[in-house]
Design a protein around this ligand. Structure first.
Ligand SMILES: [Zn+2]
Length: 136
């Protein structure tokens, strides 16, 4: 009879639910409301030069049930639902964000393209200017 209440919910999931119901999170002056008023646009979209209204307050470092991480205002960011649902999950699975910035280079420092000391980031024009100076 009571099976459906506990069958597929772990104790961790119950703790998460309690956090999200806590008025420090969802209250009128809770973390969620403060973050969205401070940062009304999606942070991921903004990095790409897109303006999207944020509807989700996400934890930057996964809280995994950790009360301190969950209620740390500085550990939250505003995202739009598509960014939160798809990208955040794939970033966590992949270990980096594959988003490309306006300069055509991956934004995330953890991206493999940023892992080679930045040497290939130099523009061809800069390289030839440096070489010319060196040769004179
Ligand atoms: Zn977004």
């Amino acid at each position: 009879m009571t099976q459906r209440f506990s069958a597929h919910r772990s104790p961790e999931a119950e703790a998460y639910r309690a956090f999200y119901k806590d008025k420090r999170w969802r209250g009128k002056h809770g973390i969620r409301a403060r973050r969205l008023s401070l940062e009304p646009l999606c942070r991921t979209c903004s990095k790409r030069g897109h303006i999207t209204v944020a509807t989700v307050v996400d934890h930057i470092t996964e809280h995994k049930g950790d009360r301190d991480l969950f209620f740390a205002f500085s550990n939250t960011q505003s995202l739009c639902a598509p960014c939160h649902d798809s990208e955040k999950q794939s970033i966590e699975a992949r270990g980096y964000d594959k988003a490309i910035g306006e300069d055509g280079w991956p934004i995330d420092e953890a991206h493999p393209a940023n892992a080679c000391g930045g040497g290939i980031q130099a523009q061809p024009a800069e390289i030839s200017a440096r070489q010319l100076q060196g040769k004179s």
